[in-house]
Design a protein around this ligand. Structure first.
Ligand code: NDP
Length: 253
């Protein structure tokens, strides 16, 4: 596993690239959308809370970044038709997709498995893995239209080693790691699309606060501080790298 926290990106790293970020309204996704736009990308902001997406849109515009697009979508209840309609809309608007950051995620509950609610388990699997994989299937033709497309799935340390009480969240992240191995192996030698997993590590967001209510958030890196690896994976410096696991920050000592 490797980490690119010291990566120094070119200021125009993502110029002329169209990059879709899921969960772009808050936390790490918001920081990724703003960072990608600052490095020249046209960013498609996808999420379920339109007001948050609009705020990110306005920030990008205010900074003079390339005009973004908003795509409202709630992974809960999203159907195959929704994903195919999305692909059609993006095809008409952009004709290709150069980057896809699967970042949206749901924590569910941290609770003993014996008490895990099956409906909540399904919900977490839908948002964290099932929705993203069918969205990827629908968007693959558009990704194939890019000369150098990068797909990044967000993992977690509990997607690489199981931990008591992390239930569906941990299982969904293991599934993410497994899916990326399968897809990367399929795409090898027959496509320029690369696909990797990225574990942000402990980061100062609402999800982290919910998971660790007693922790001092000031001891954690901010989403902005972990962006170098997000940039490296999305830009041309990672061309040809596929099926790998990355960390956005070194493990906490
Ligand atoms: P946040 O809870 O701050 O943000 C999650 C984002 O996902 C929000 O924009 C949220 O939208 C969106 N989202 C949640 N459910 C849905 C849904 N049903 N449909 C569409 N969008 C949805 O989390 P983080 O920024 O911390 O997490 C981002 C990613 O990083 C996640 O995949 C998480 O598992 C992973 N991660 C985070 C770590 C951390 O320490 N923060 C550590 C390891 C992994 P809305 O704003 O509308 O709620």
């Amino acid at each position: 596993m490797s980490c690119k926290i010291d990566y120094q990106p070119a200021s125009n790293l993502l110029e002329n690239r169209v990059v879709l970020v899921t969960g772009a309204g808050d936390g790490i996704g918001r920081a990724a959308a703003l960072t990608y736009a600052r490095h020249g990308a046209t960013v498609i902001l996808l999420g379920r809370t339109i007001a948050k997406l609009e705020r990110v849109y306005d920030e990008i515009e205010a900074e003079g970044g390339p005009q973004p697009a908003i795509f409202p979508l709630n992974f809960e209840g999203a159907t195959l038709k929704d994903f195919h309609d999305m692909a059609e809309t993006l095809d008409k608007e952009f004709g290709r997709l150069d980057g896809l950051l699967h970042n949206a995620g749901l924590l569910g509950r941290i609770t003993p498995f014996e008490q895990y609610n099956p409906a909540l388990w399904e919900q977490v699997m839908q948002v964290n893995i099932n929705g993203p994989i069918w969205m990827t299937q629908a968007l693959l033709p558009l990704l194939q239209q890019s000369a150098d497309a990068s797909v990044v799935f967000t993992s977690s340390s509990v997607g690489r080693k199981g931990r008591a009480y992390w239930g569906a969240y941990s299982v969904s992240k293991f599934a993410t790691e497994g899916f990326v191995e399968v897809l990367a192996d399929e795409l090898e030698n027959q496509s320029t699309v690369r696909v990797n997993t990225l574990n942000p590590g402990a980061t100062r967001t609402q999800m982290r606060r919910t998971a660790y209510p007693g922790e001092d958030p000031l001891t954690l890196r901010t989403p902005e501080e972990i962006m170098p690896t997000y940039l490296w994976l999305m830009g041309p410096d990672s061309t040809g790298v596929s099926g790998q696991k990355f960390d956005a920050q070194p493990p906490r000592g």
